[in-house]
Design a protein around this ligand. Structure first.
Ligand code: HEM
Length: 405
C-alpha cells in the first residue's frame, strides 16, 4: 500500500462508519406490506418454534419475490428475518429432528437475497447481531436497557442478553475501529505521535470490549444458553446431526454445507490480528479464514485493506522507540486478556453447562447430544480458543520493561 491507496481510502466503501464501526446504522424493523407473511412469522417466531408450529406456517407461506424491496436497508432486514426463520425451521424439533430439505418458498428468496448481499445461505453474526437491534427510545443511547432485538429466537431474556451483550462488545469496539484507520494512516506517513495515540486508543477500546463481554455473566444464564439458544446458531457443516447438509429446494439440488453462526465472524478481532501481525497456528488460522467468508464482503475487504499496510510490529520494533513498543504491547496484552476472559466464558457456558446437561441425560437414560463441546461455528472449541489466545500473546515485542505495561 502507498500514499495513493491511502488517498483513495473511503470508509463508506467498507460499509463501516466512525459512529457505528461494523454495526449496521439504524436498521429498519418493518418491511413493505407485500412482505407481511415474512413479518408475521418473524414477529411470532419464538412462539411458533416453541409450539412446534413454525414448519407448518412456512409450508403455507407464499413464495415472495425481492422486487418490492426498495433500498439496501430493506434488503438487509429481509435477510435478517429470513435467516432467523431458516434457523428456526431447521432446528424446531431439536438435534434429532433436523430436516434435510428447506422448502422452496423459503429457500428461493433466501438464496436470492444472500446472493445480492454476498452472504452464505445460513444466519451469520451480521444477521444475528450487527443488523438485529433497535433502540426503545430512538433518541436515547445504545445501552442494554435501551436496546432490544428486532427478531428473536427461543431463550427469553437470556437470548436477548446474548445478542445485546455481543452487540455491546461491537459498540465498545467502535473507537478502536476509528483508531485502526488512524494508525494505518500514521504508519504510512510515519507520524509517530499520531501512531502512539492511535495504539493507546486501540488498547483502551479493547479493554472496553472486555468490560462489555463480562456482562455476559449478568445477562445470560449458562444452562439456557447451552440447552436452548445454542442449537439455533448451529450449522450443517461438520455437524453429526446433519451429516447430509441441507437441500435448498428450487435453489440447489445438491445439498449444501455451512458453518453455524459465531462471533468468530466478528470482523473486529480479525482486523486486530492483521494489524498486530498475529499469525495463528495452521488449523486455527484455517478456521478463522473460513469465518471471513461469513462476513459482509465489504467488512472482509476492510480486513484485507489492513492486511495490506506495512507491518506495524516490524515498524515499531525497528523504531526502537520505547513508548511505541509499550503502546503496542499494551494492545497485545489487552487483547490476550479479552481472549482469556472469552475462554472462561466458554468454559462456563459450553464445558460446564454441557457436563451438567449430559449428567441429566444419563440420569434420565436418554441419548447423548451430538454437538457437545463443538462451538456453534463447528470448531473443537477449547483447543482452538487456547491456541488462538496463546499465539496472540506471542505477538509481544521485546525491549519492554514491566513498568512500561
Ligand atoms: C456465551 C457467550 C459466548 C460463547 C459460549 C462463545 C463461544 C465461542 C466458541 C465455542 C468459539 C469457537 C468457534 C466456534 O466454533 O464458534 C468462539 C469463537 C470466538 N468468539 Fe465467542 N462466544 C461467546 C461470546 C462471544 C462474544 C460476545 C464475542 C465478541 C463479539 C465473541 C468473540 C469470539 C471470537 C472473536 C472468536 C474467534 C476466536 C478468537 O479470535 O479469539 N464470543 N466463541
Amino acid at each position: 500500500m502507498n500514499s495513493q491507496d491511502l488517498a483513495n481510502f473511503k470508509v463508506e466503501d467498507y460499509n463501516i462508519s466512525e459512529e457505528y464501526g461494523f454495526i449496521h446504522k439504524n436498521p429498519l424493523d418493518k418491511l413493505p406490506q407485500y412482505y407481511k407473511p415474512w413479518m408475521d412469522i418473524a414477529e411470532n417466531l419464538t412462539l411458533l418454534i416453541e409450539t412446534k408450529k413454525l414448519r407448518k406456517e412456512v409450508m403455507q407461506m407464499p413464495q415472495l419475490g425481492l422486487e418490492h424491496l426498495t433500498d439496501k436497508r430493506e434488503v438487509i432486514l429481509a435477510r435478517v428475518l429470513l435467516s432467523h426463520i431458516v434457523m428456526g425451521y431447521v432446528w424446531q424439533d431439536g438435534e434429532q429432528g433436523a430436516i434435510k430439505v428447506l422448502p422452496q418458498a423459503l429457500a428461493v428468496p433466501y438464496y436470492q437475497i444472500s446472493k445480492v448481499l454476498g452472504l452464505p445461505l445460513i444466519m451469520v453474526h451480521s444477521d444475528f447481531v450487527l443488523a438485529n437491534w433497535k433502540q426503545k427510545d430512538r433518541l436515547g443511547t445504545m445501552t442494554i436497557e435501551n436496546l432490544s432485538t428486532i427478531v428473536s429466537l427461543p431463550g427469553g431474556e437470556s437470548l436477548q442478553g446474548f445478542v445485546l451483550v455481543t452487540l455491546l462488545v461491537e459498540v465498545a469496539a467502535i473507537p478502536g475501529v476509528k483508531a485502526v484507520i488512524q494508525a494505518v494512516k500514521a504508519l504510512l506517513c510515519e507520524e509517530r505521535q499520531t501512531l502512539l495515540q492511535a495504539m493507546r486508543d486501540i488498547a483502551q477500546s479493547i479493554n472496553k470490549m472486555g468490560e462489555a463481554l463480562q456482562l455476559m455473566y449478568d445477562y445470560v444464564d449458562s444452562d439456557v444458553y447451552y440447552n436452548k439458544i445454542r442449537i439455533f446458531l448451529s450449522g450443517w457443516k461438520d455437524n453429526p446431526s446433519m451429516p447430509d447438509g441441507l437441500i435448498y429446494e428450487g435453489a440447489s439440488d445438491d445439498p449444501l454445507f455451512f458453518s453455524g453462526g459465531s462471533a468468530a465472524q466478528s470482523s473486529v478481532f480479525h482486523v486486530y490480528d492483521e494489524l498486530f501481525g498475529i499469525h495463528h497456528q495452521p488449523e486455527s488460522s484455517n478456521f478463522l479464514l473460513k469465518m471471513r467468508q461469513y462476513m459482509p464482503p465489504a467488512h472482509n475487504n476492510f480486513i484485507e485493506w489492513v492486511k495490506g499496510v506495512p507491518k506495524l510490529p516490524e515498524y515499531v520494533q525497528r523504531s526502537g522507540d520505547l513508548d511505541l513498543t509499550s503502546a503496542f504491547n499494551l494492545c497485545i496484552t489487552t487483547l490476550t486478556e479479552v481472549r482469556s476472559l472469552h475462554i472462561r466464558i466458554v468454559s462456563k457456558y459450553v464445558t460446564s453447562a454441557g457436563a451438567r446437561a449430559r449428567k441429566k441425560e444419563l440420569l434420565a437414560g436418554s441419548g447423548g447430544q451430538q454437538m457437545q463441546e463443538r462451538g456453534t461455528g463447528g470448531s473443537l472449541a477449547m483447543a482452538f480458543l487456547k491456541s488462538v489466545r496463546d499465539t496472540c500473546k506471542e505477538g509481544l515485542l521485546q525491549n519492554n520493561t514491566a513498568a512500561d505495561c
